[in-house]
Design a protein around this ligand. Sequence first.
Ligand SMILES: Nc1ncnc2c1ncn2[C@@H]1O[C@H](COP(=O)(O)OP(=O)(O)O)[C@@H](O)[C@H]1O
Ligand SMILES: [Mg+2]
Length: 200
Amino acid sequence: MLRVGLTGGIGCGKSTVAKIFANLNIPVLDADEIAHRLVETGRPALAQIRQEFGADILNPDGSLNRKNLRERVFSDFKQKQKLESILHPLIFKALQAELEQLIAPYCIVSVPLLFETGMTHLVDRILVIDCPVEIQIERVKTRDNLTVERIQSIIDSQVSRADRKAKADDLIDNSGADYRLAEQVKKLHNLYLSLSAFRD
Ligand SMILES: Nc1ncnc2c1ncn2[C@@H]1O[C@H](COP(=O)(O)OP(=O)(O)O)[C@@H](O)[C@H]1O
Ligand SMILES: [Mg+2]
């Protein structure tokens, strides 16, 4: 099975594109979703986070106080690294396990920090969703209601647009309207199907 890593900066349109592939009946694995599940109440990763960050990282009911954690990791690079050192190996393992279960000509593995985490080893090919930084900021502002400064600091913590583009095997330009997106996905879908025909 051909494994296509889907990545791109915050707000570039990864989830939007992943949904179009899913609608074509292609399995989509999502590192963000896995990360979300890993820190559900009672999971071992949450206990580890509590140990590292202290009891006030949890709500009174024992669930993760996501807002609190977000504030902590965005105001302190060391804390961000600490969180990532807990989560990234677990995400990697979970993705690997899910990949082994899949039967399909190809699959999409959506990993926002594909380059930053070295998870490129998990995939055969890299698809980058690209748009100008100004559009990223506009979209995230509308979606997440964050300040421009906060969005900019997230963008600065990710690899640069030029870097991502240089490392891409395939590129989707998502600076335009939605219908162009479906068209671009369909073309890649056909490419991936034909590439997968030459694999086992
Ligand atoms: N081509 C587009 N036209 C208009 N809005 C878009 C387009 N692509 C994405 N969006 C919107 O921009 C926001 C960010 O897209 P999303 O797919 O969530 O990005 P990511 O998963 O990369 O962070 C979402 O609210 C989405 O609905
Ligand atoms: Mg997303």
